[in-house]
Ligand binder design. Structure first.
Ligand code: UGA
Length: 436
């Protein structure tokens, strides 16, 4: 690697930035990570990892000689030949993506004497690259190439995805930049798709919107299954065997959450609306997804008669298993709705770090699944943590005031749960009840 080792600056020490930094360092490159949060940089400098992502800690530790962390943008770009922008692009009040963090990075690139290319990994609206190109030119950085290199990795498997991606999209309008970045990805096991900047930006938004649509589609089918007596997991298994459709992202549940699908679908809708087009299909996807956790609360209310003064246990809080991320987690909507209905909340999660604000400051956190079930009138399976598979449900049943479960992930076997004495509601499957 020595000959082709590069100096890379990574802006943003979040899930994407840190994984990108750690993985490039493991390929032998010198990487300087810059973040604006002092605590985050302090932790990284001390050898701690501020987020949970499998394999990341080991990779950062194994390659620590090649990694530097700083708050100073000037230091980050001093030796950099390639600058990766991995800052977050949260939605503005109008639903557009807030690019202010991206612009402040571009500002700092004036201090980068060796810079050959700027690469944006953050998800941005189509047309952002063209605006960045103009900004670079206006800053006298004509010689610096520009590329969009969207990230397709999923949290919880980001390190694996980096080394074995389905595809590497390199969007640039400059041949030299395409060559530079293609070479940088040597040794990574995935096909490079080279294209123009605008198309690369669109690939990211279209991919996430299609995945969100797939989840929403199966959630809609689940609702129809509930009304007609079909079982959505059987339907999804058989539908998914059609190789044109595939089984992935056909798990019905409480709706998609996380830092990407909700934000990116709204950003694509805003982008379409801004050009005068109403993206009807995406409007419906967003609306159905917003309804999904509310429907669960309504069904539980019907089952229990009322939620007032009932103790409900939330089993899992993060938006999916394998992460500590609570962003746009359906659990937060569930918790708020349950409190609004007058319920008391108990919660359990092995990784979640919720903010000490509404609704979580009103929930009693317990350290095990069985502790969370104790004295509960009902429990909702929110996140597909393996601990829920491993729970001795029959033994836990007497701990509950009433053995009612809402399986928001279709994780538990209805027949076995009914035999263990539970009433099991789930998404798109018949409610299972204990034998009389
Ligand atoms: C998602 C995409 O999968 C990545 O390809 C993309 O790079 C990333 O967003 C991003 O834009 O950065 P992530 O948000 O980490 O990754 O999580 P996913 O595993 O995709 O799950 C998203 C949500 O959909 C979760 O709430 C999950 O529980 C839900 N989901 C997923 C379902 O409800 N059903 C399914 O069948 C699959």
């Amino acid at each position: 690697m020595q000959g082709s080792a590069r100096h890379i600056a990574v802006f943003g020490a979040g899930y994407i930035g840190l994984v990108t930094a750690a993985c490039f360092a493991s390929l032998g490159h010198h990487v300087t990570v810059r973040d604006i949060q002092p605590e985050r940089i302090r932790l990284l400098q001390a050898g701690d990892v501020p987020i949970y992502e499998p394999g990341l800690g080991e990779l950062l530790a194994d390659n620590k000689e090649l990694l530097t962390y700083t708050l100073d943008a000037g230091e980050a770009v001093r030796d950099a030949q390639i600058a990766y922008i991995c800052v977050d692009t949260p939605p503005t009040a109008s639903g557009d993506a807030d690019l202010s963090r991206v612009w402040s990075v571009i500002e700092s690139l004036r201090q980068a004497p060796h810079l050959a290319a700027v690469v944006v990994k953050s998800t941005v609206p189509v047309g952002t690259g063209a605006r960045i190109r103009t900004a670079l030119d206006q800053a006298g950085l004509h010689h610096v190439g520009y590329a969009s290199n969207p990230e397709f990795t999923a949290e919880g498997r980001a390190v694996t995805d980096f080394f074995h991606p389905d595809r590497i999209v390199i969007g640039t309008d400059e041949a030299a930049t395409a060559r530079l970045l293609t070479a940088l990805h040597n040794g990574i096991d995935g096909p490079v798709q080279a294209m123009d900047v605008a198309s690369a930006e669109m690939v990211k938004l279209a991919s996430n919107a299609l995945l969100a649509t797939k989840i929403t589609f199966i959630n809609e089918i689940a609702t129809v299954c509930e009304a007609t007596g079909a079982d959505v997991t059987r339907v999804a298994d058989a539908v998914g065997l059609d190789h044109r459709l595939g089984r992935h992202f056909l798990n019905a549940g409480l709706g998609y959450g996380g830092s990407c699908f909700p934000k990116d679908s709204r950003a694509l809708r805003a982008m379409a609306s801004n050009s005068g087009y109403s993206f009807q299909l995406l409007n419906a996807v967003i609306e159905v997804n917003d309804l999904q956790p509310r429907r669960a609360v309504q069904r539980l209310k019907t089952e229990l008669g009322t939620l007032r003064d009932k103790r409900i246990a939330l089993l899992g809080m993060t938006f999916k298993a394998g992460t500590d991320d609570m962003r746009e987690a359906p659990s937060t909507v569930l918790a708020s709705r349950l409190l609004a209905e007058g319920a008391a909340l108990t919660c359990w999660d092995p990784m979640a770090r919720p903010a000490d604000t509404q609704p979580w400051n009103q929930a009693e956190r317990r350290s095990t699944v069985t502790a969370a079930l104790t004295d509960a009138d009902a429990a909702i399976v929110v996140t597909e943590w393996p601990q829920l598979h491993d729970t001795e449900w029959a033994e836990a049943r007497p701990l509950m005031r009433t053995p009612v479960l809402f399986d928001g992930r279709n994780l538990l076997d209805p027949e076995a749960m009914a035999d263990a004495g539970y009433t099991l509601l789930s998404v798109g499957r018949a409610t299972a009840r204990p034998p009389r």
